[in-house]
Design a protein around this ligand. Structure first.
Ligand SMILES: NC(=O)c1ccc[n+]([C@@H]2O[C@H](COP(=O)([O-])OP(=O)(O)OC[C@H]3O[C@@H](n4cnc5c(N)ncnc54)[C@H](O)[C@@H]3O)[C@@H](O)[C@H]2O)c1
Length: 390
């Protein structure tokens, strides 16, 4: 069993999630495909970098991501910075022969996303792995949904409808972090959370061919955070701050036609009071239906047309050892997993891909395709017509 030395770039919210993931792989999956060793953590904010070294157990810290790229001992890099820096860091890491686990969305624009997909394709010929962190497709219940679709249990897919609804930006006084600025984020709710459900929709129903959309910015300016609009780290609220414009969407919804003939709808908003991490997926097929809600992530609702007429309706499958990643889902269904185990599943798949030299999903090319859907959604909002995904 090989030790894989990890460099982590960006030690904010997702940096913590990647550390939880790596650290738990050998505890939950044994034998592990490789044992992760936390070598160096990087954050542009010195205090954050130093704190992360001690708190997470890295050997070294730095404020310059190039130190990680130039360290010959580091095998794999986790990129957890805001979206605008994913391309330059990923491409440099891949060119230096390092495996890359990059947070989503893959980039803040499709041109950079394409360059990343090309760099990943080039590096893969040397056995280098590149994976984009769309972890929700790895929820055991979502994997089970895929299995039921592939084995024909619900027949041909007619309709897939997905939502990702949150509330954290509904307050007009929540500050203008990087997530509300196009130059860093690329898009608002669409890029931040819509991309997750586009990834799930394409995982379950194949590629989207065309879209027609409705995109809105409800809160057109927000208070500048303490430290300025260009502060890329932890959001600091300045109650007396002046306001500056928001140039990304608060909400995006669209209809989609899939290449396989299915139709669908996708909605993303961060302005839905009462909704937290409300990811839903409903698939209707010619022989049955599937329903998933992340807020009850250990459950999959299924309904089959072949059930006797007096017994038709949704029933609940509780995921557990009988399902994918059963090793992490404890001994019996109902003991349940959460976000930490999900990020561990993602880390496990990344390390397994490195050990097996086999590209995992979501590949950089699949993640680029998600960005292309976003591009078509934004184009349709402008043209007010159906737009093809390039
Ligand atoms: N997979 C998911 O469910 C999920 C959830 C949240 C965020 N994300 C993604 O993760 C990424 C990071 O988001 P976050 O919520 O952790 O943001 P965050 O603001 O909490 O943390 C980002 C960290 O990166 C640091 N940073 C910024 N630029 C840097 C640079 N050039 N070099 C080194 N450090 C730098 C900041 O100081 C900050 O500590 C984004 O791409 C985001 O879309 C994914």
């Amino acid at each position: 069993m090989k030790n894989i030395k990890i460099g982590l770039i960006g030690a904010g919210f997702m940096g913590k999630a990647h550390v939880v993931g790596y650290s738990n792989v050998p505890k939950l999956f044994w034998p592990a495909p490789a044992v992760p060793e936390l070598k160096t953590v990087c954050d542009i904010d010195e205090e954050t970098a130093k704190d992360a070294k001690d708190r997470f157990g890295f050997k070294e810290w730095t404020t310059d991501w190039q130190d990680i790229i130039n360290d010959p001992e580091i095998d794999a890099v986790s990129i957890c910075t805001p979206n605008d820096s994913h391309a330059k860091i990923s491409i440099a890491a891949l060119e230096a022969g390092k495996h890359v686990l990059c947070e989503k969305p893959i980039s803040n624009n499709p041109e950079d996303a394409k360059a990343m997909a090309d760099a990943a394709a080039q590096a893969s010929s040397d056995g280098i792995i590149a994976m984009c962190a769309y972890q929700y497709r790895r929820v055991p219940a979502v994997v089970q949904a895929k299995k039921l679709i592939e084995d024909g249990s619900i027949g041909d897919i007619l309709n897939i409808r997905t939502t990702y609804l949150q509330s954290w930006s509904a307050d007009p006084d929540s500050p203008l972090s990087w997530r509300f600025q196009k130059k860093y984020a690329g898009a608002g709710a669409l890029g931040d959370i819509g991309t997750h459900v586009i990834d799930i929709a394409q995982y379950l129903a194949g590629d989207i061919e065309e879209v027609v959309s409705n995109v809105r910015t409800f809160i057109k300016e927000r208070p500048v955070q303490e430290g300025g609009a260009d502060l890329l780290g932890t959001v600091k609220v300045d109650p007396d701050a002046a306001k500056e414009p928001v140039d990304v969407d608060d909400e995006a919804s669209f209809l989609a036609n899939f290449k396989n003939g299915a139709v669908g709808s996708i909605e993303a908003t961060r302005n839905a009071w009462g909704r937290n991490n409300y990811i839903t997926v409903e698939v209707h097929g010619t022989k049955g239906s599937i329903l998933f809600n992340y807020e009850r992530l250990n459950e999959l609702q299924v309904s089959f047309s072949e059930d006797p007429e007096d017994r038709r309706g949704f029933k609940t499958i509780y995921t557990g050892p009988a399902h994918s990643y059963g090793e992490v889902t404890w001994n019996i269904p109902g003991m349940n997993i959460g976000y930490g185990e999900l990020k561990t599943i993602e880390s496990y798949d990344f390390l397994k891909a490195i050990a097996d030299k086999k590209q995992p999903s979501t590949s950089f090319n699949e993640a680029y395709k998600v960005d292309q859907v976003c591009e078509a959604v934004l184009a349709s909002a402008e043209s007010r017509r159906w737009e093809k995904v390039k």
